[in-house]
Write a protein of this length. Structure first.
Lengths: 188, 180, 451
């Protein structure tokens, strides 16, 4: 076992009063900063000023879209299996696209139970689920509204994710037209 | 005239509180009544022209000593004593003494009626110190006596500490309050 | 009543008006609470409470830099239920919070708020003392009152029937007694130099010799530490230390009963800072200028005072303008609201600056009252006396506010002492330093003064 011996205090430090004065000097510096450089305080006055959130921050979920506007989700249930909080509920149904087996009929995420760990995003084999919406405030009147449904999860604008290629493939994105050609098939 | 009115108010408070001291069944109430009585008494001291004595009364007796008394009552769990009877055998000795004292005081009042001049200073700081320490005229004052008294109190304090230490063994006693 | 007729009416008016100073500690609470909360915030790089507001027409939400928080706190405390747990001693439980707060109204009586007013009125020279009660035993009276105010905490702790409260009460009583002694003894050196307990005399001596902090630096530190301990504030707040005793002697209190303790504590700080300013920082006396000089150039003094106030107003304006500029550059969604609020401050500050400048110029050029000397004392008109008193009062307030700040500053800097360390510091260190200081002062005073 390693024992780290503290440096013994010298007599000035043991007198305590000088160390007190040093501490007082430190706090007065900070107080002066608050008084004369108020805007440099790190506090954000929250509802009026929003914090800067990076896109790696695990915020509210969204479901990625194929070029034709359907969710990329194949209803494999991996995310629901990976979820430690059991907050994802998926019901699958037959896909209209013959190349794809299943699609989701119901995709609910209960944000009251969600722990925002991001394991569902890691688990998704088709990159359908992401948490980069930067929406950090969940404000609703009742508990039911905290459950995000499928229509809520697919409702996002590609313009909010200009640097992300996968998002631009979705309808409304810059690369939607060519992606649609590659995708080839118009369902419905 | 104004001074007399103040005097009567203060005297009523002081006497009433003093009566409360021995009528109260709970020792803490007794101590608090004593504090009230002492503060009123200090007011009377101030009224008759000795503010120094009055302030010392508040500082030392009401402030420090009665604080210690309350402390002791609280620590010794005085709440158990609230069932003590108001009169017991000791009252047989106390009551005649009180009556006798009242008689003596009344007699003194009758002989020298209550009349005082509130404007004259009797116990101001400088007068008190002159009485105590002035060695120039009329002997050594009370200087030596004062110092001896201080020494006596100091020795009493040291003795109390020693006794407490013997009782408590090695535990250091906190009972080293200042004796004014 | 002959005592009433023995004075002129103006003397009576001023004497009675002086009783308004009894409310100064209570007013200081209004100053101290925002100062403490915002100051604590700033020291910890927070903003402190700043969101409560009053809504007024046109200017919108007026926040007054967080000052409105006071009113919200006060309103909350006033309208909460007065609650007493079962088993408490009802009478003492109700009475105890009132004791420290009642004493607050008595303590300011002996503090000299301004120099003695000497002026000519109706053909006779009138002299009015600066304190409400110009007592020979001023300092001792204050000590006596402050030792009495500890009874509030002690009784509260006992009446609450709670172990935490009880321990807090015991600690309070022990600490009060210990530090009373240190307080008194550390002051003795200064009293020895001055030769009087009267606070007016002490200030007069400092005005004509040196300030107490120069004459008695060691005593100043001892006194400061002892009086911080006596108010029971951090780092000496062992009586209500939250890690050990939930909240000490006021654990069982809520609503305005707790509020009374709270206000009593702040008023105690106010009184003690006034006391320190009076004893060691020259009280009401203006640094480097004697009262006689000031009275001889009354117009100039008032002009300088107005100049300082105008300068402070300009500094405030500079801060507001600077912060408005910074605010415009941010993306806060309510920045225009805040700018609208600041425009009110700007208007008020500009008006104040203009008024002060005009008053100052007017005082400089047009106000030169004649003084004459009666029995070696400069005697002026009533206006001169009131002007002097005003300057004295402001100077005293500035000094005391500084010491209030020291209280807050120390509280948010130093960690709490352990209880036995507090006792060790009081009895074995400060008491001895004060005693040595007293002896050294006595010897030096004897050698130098020969008194």
């Amino acid at each position: 076992m390693r024992v780290i011996r503290q440096r013994p205090m010298n007599w000035v430090e043991r007198l305590y009063i000088f160390e007190c004065l040093r501490g007082l000097f430190t706090t007065i510096k900070h107080a002066a900063r608050g008084l004369f450089r108020y805007e440099t305080l790190p506090t954000i006055s929250y509802p009026e000023g929003q914090p800067e959130i990076r896109n790696t921050y695990r915020a509210k979920h969204r479901l990625m879209l194929r070029p034709d506007g359907t969710p990329r989700c194949v209803a494999c249930g991996m995310c629901a299996a990976a979820c430690p909080a059991h907050c994802i509920f998926i019901e699958a149904t037959q896909s209209d696209d013959p190349r794809i087996e299943k699609r989701v009929m119901r995709f609910d995420i209960d944000h009251l139970t969600c722990v925002f760990c991001g394991l569902c995003v890691e688990a998704c084999p088709v990159d359908a689920l992401r948490m980069d919406t930067k929406k950090i405030s969940f404000m609703h009147r009742n508990r039911e509204d905290f459950v995000a449904h499928l229509d809520d999860l697919v409702e996002w604008d590609p313009k909010d994710y200009p640097d992300d290629e996968q998002s631009q493939v979705a309808p409304g994105g810059t690369k939607n037209a060519e992606a649609r050609k590659v995708w080839g098939m118009e369902v419905k | 005239m104004l001074a007399l009115i103040y005097f009567i108010i203060l005297a009523v408070i002081a006497l009433g509180a003093a009566v409360c001291v021995f009528l109260s069944r709970h020792p803490l109430y007794g101590a608090l009544s004593l504090v009230t009585s002492m503060v009123a008494l200090a007011g009377i001291y101030g009224l008759v022209g000795s503010p120094f004595l009055g302030v010392i009364q508040i500082m030392v007796y009401a402030g420090a000593i009665m604080m210690l008394v309350t402390f002791v009552i609280m620590v010794l769990n005085g709440a158990r004593d609230s069932k003590t009877p108001m009169f017991d055998k000791v009252s047989l000795f106390v009551l005649p003494a009180v009556l006798l004292l009242a008689g003596v005081v009344g007699f003194a009042f009758v002989r020298a009626p209550l009349a005082f001049d509130a404007t004259a200073l009797r116990g101001s700081v400088s007068l008190t110190s002159e009485t105590l320490f002035n060695m120039a005229q009329g002997g050594p004052g009370y200087f030596l006596l004062f110092e001896v008294l201080g020494l006596l109190l100091l020795s009493a304090m040291v003795a109390a500490v020693l006794l407490a230490k013997k009782r408590l063994g090695t535990v250091e006693s906190e009972n080293t309050e200042e004796s004014h | 009543m002959d005592i009433i007729e023995s004075k002129t009416w103006i003397e009576w008016v001023i004497t009675i008006a002086k009783f308004a100073f009894c409310f100064v500690p209570v007013l200081y609470i209004l100053l101290l609470i925002p100062m403490e909360r915002r100051g604590a915030g700033f020291m910890q790089d927070r903003q402190g409470p700043n969101r409560s507001y009053i809504k007024i027409p046109y200017f919108g939400k007026i926040r007054l830099f967080g000052y409105v928080q006071n009113m919200c706190d006060g309103t909350k405390l006033f309208f909460k239920e007065q609650f007493a747990p079962s088993g408490v001693n009802k009478i003492l439980f109700r009475v105890a919070p009132a004791i420290p707060f009642a004493i607050v109204f008595l303590s300011p009586c002996v503090i000299p708020w301004f120099g003695p007013m000497v002026f000519e009125w109706g053909g006779q020279t009138v002299r009015i003392a600066g304190s409400i009660v110009d007592s020979d035993v001023g300092v001792l009276l204050l000590f006596g009152f402050s030792s009495l105010s500890a009874f509030g905490a002690v009784l509260a702790g006992w009446a609450s029937k709670s172990k935490y409260s009880f321990l807090g009460a015991l600690r309070t009583s022990a600490m009060t007694i210990s530090y009373e002694v240190c307080l008194g003894l550390s002051l003795m050196g200064l009293l020895l130099l001055v030769g009087s307990f009267n606070l007016t005399d002490i200030v007069y001596w400092q005005e004509h010799h040196v300030w107490g902090i120069v004459a008695q630096p060691v005593a100043f530190f001892c006194f400061l530490i002892a009086s911080i301990a006596e108010t029971g504030r951090a780092p000496f707040d062992v009586a209500e230390g939250e890690p050990e005793l939930v909240a000490g002697y006021h654990t069982e209190y809520g609503a305005m009963q707790f509020g009374l303790f709270y206000m009593g504590e702040y008023s105690h700080i106010c009184i003690n800072s006034f006391l320190i300013a009076t004893l060691f920082l020259g009280g009401y006396s203006v640094p480097f200028v004697t009262t006689e000089t000031m009275q001889a150039h009354m117009g100039g003094s008032l002009a300088v005072l107005c100049g300082i106030l105008a300068f402070l107003g300009l500094a405030f304006l500079h801060m507001i303008y600077r912060y408005s500029r910074k605010l415009k550059a941010t993306t806060l969604s309510n920045r225009f609201e805040i700018l609208r609020e600041y425009s009110l401050y700007k208007i008020v500050a500009w008006v104040a600056v203009a008024v002060f400048v005009i008053l100052g110029v007017a005082a400089w050029f047009f106000y030169n009252p004649a003084n004459f000397v009666v029995n070696g004392v400069a005697v002026g008109s009533l206006a001169t006396a009131i002007g002097t008193a005003l300057i004295h009062l402001l100077v005293l307030v500035v000094k005391s506010v500084f010491f209030c700040w020291v209280w807050i500053w120390v509280r948010w800097t130093l960690p709490r002492f352990r209880y036995d360390h507090v006792m060790h510091l009081g009895w074995k260190i400060i008491l001895n330093i004060a005693l040595i200081n007293l002896v050294v002062t006595a010897v030096i005073a004897k050698l130098v003064g020969g008194n």
